[in-house]
Design a protein around this ligand. Structure first.
Ligand SMILES: NC(=O)c1ccc[n+]([C@@H]2O[C@H](COP(=O)([O-])OP(=O)(O)OC[C@H]3O[C@@H](n4cnc5c(N)ncnc54)[C@H](OP(=O)(O)O)[C@@H]3O)[C@@H](O)[C@H]2O)c1
Length: 303
């Protein structure tokens, strides 16, 4: 496949390109410079729509995987216009460019589109109800993406290792503990995160199955953020640092957040014969990556 990945220097984009390297023809776009073996990277701002159109036309991908966006939930709350521009208008522009050139667009959305009040894990048919600006922009972007029948939306929550000096939740927990810090983790926020490296084979399968519409890409169970941290501390056998249980109600975030983001990946299993792993299994794989030095290898791609 010839794939174009936006957000190439980000957590998902960077790991997709690193993981798929050698199996596909890969083109990446980001406003930050990274150098990923096997991928041709264009350093450009997606707000420059003429530039994007040129890159798409010249690289002729069969699929564009759109990972870039404004991903900091509190920043979005404080900068709603900029968040709209990045998450909605840029996505709409990509929808139009891809539609014109008969290219499939895969849009990466989030578990945050829900209000967290469901008593069971969210599936793809559940009604969205955004609690914050970030979630609102993702839902509006989803609607634009869905206007073209061939397109695909992934709702997810990811963790893993970054190329740049940014921390996913798992890295933040791991390095805080290594540095003997005390951190607070919520015992009342549930999620079903997936190791970012596991997303690549799932996307490959979905694209090869010509899947359309919405799919949850997640782990097969859920846990609280506190349990997530405690599991990391245990499997890495870290005696330093401390994890303190906390309630999200005691934190004064700029953006309100859902408490229960439990997702169901059953559709993925049933329709694409994909086996999802538990959060624990995903974290075990995260540890294996660390032991194998994957985190160090990624840092070599940072320019
Ligand atoms: N991380 C999660 O747990 C999570 C959960 C649910 C959904 N998602 C979704 O998954 C997707 C990927 O998330 P992620 O964690 O990989 O995000 P990320 O690490 O923030 O990566 C996004 C990348 O896009 C770049 N970018 C942003 N605006 C750009 C622009 N105008 N032009 C060019 N590049 C631009 C960012 O650069 P800067 O760093 O300079 O902004 C960054 O390198 C996002 O759509 C996010 O909403 C993520």
């Amino acid at each position: 496949m010839r794939l174009l990945v936006t957000g190439a220097a980000g957590l998902l984009g960077g790991n997709l390109l690193s993981t798929m390297s050698g199996s596909h023809e890969l083109v990446g776009i980001d406003r930050n410079n990274v150098s990923i073996p096997g991928a041709s990277i264009h350093v450009t701002d997606l707000l420059n729509s003429a530039g994007i159109e040129h890159i798409v036309e010249s690289s002729k991908p069969s699929t564009v995987i759109h990972c870039a966006g404004a991903t900091n939930v509190d920043w979005c709350e404080l900068n709603p216009k900029k968040a709209y521009e990045l998450n909605v208008q840029v996505t709409k522009k990509l929808v139009d460019i891809c539609n014109t050139h008969d290219i499939k667009l895969v849009f990466i959305s989030t578990d945050a589109v829900f209000d967290g009040l469901n008593s069971k894990p969210y599936d793809e048919l559940d009604i969205v109800n955004p609690l914050n600006v970030y979630a609102n922009t993702k839902i509006e972007a989803e609607r634009n993406v869905m206007a073209v029948p061939r397109n695909l939306i992934i709702r997810t929550n990811i963790f893993g290792f970054n190329i740049r000096e940014k921390y996913s939740i798992a890295e933040w927990i791991l390095y805080s503990l290594f540095n003997d810090k005390e951190i607070k983790l919520f015992n009342d926020v549930y999620f079903s995160p997936i190791l970012v490296n596991e997303v690549a084979p799932i996307l490959e399968r979905l694209i090869s199955y010509e899947a359309i519409g919405v799919y949850n890409v997640c782990s097969s169970n859920s846990m609280t953020k506190f349990e997530f941290g405690r599991y990391i501390k245990n499997i890495f056998e870290i005696s330093k640092g401390k994890i303190v249980e906390a309630s999200i109600d005691d934190f004064d975030f700029k953006a309100p957040r859902p408490k229960k983001m439990n997702m169901s990946g059953e559709k993925l299993g049933k329709q694409c014969d994909i086996e999802l792993y538990t959060v624990e299994e995903n974290l075990d794989k995260f540890k294996i990556l660390y032991i194998n030095g994957y985190h160090k290898k990624l840092k070599e791609y940072n320019r």
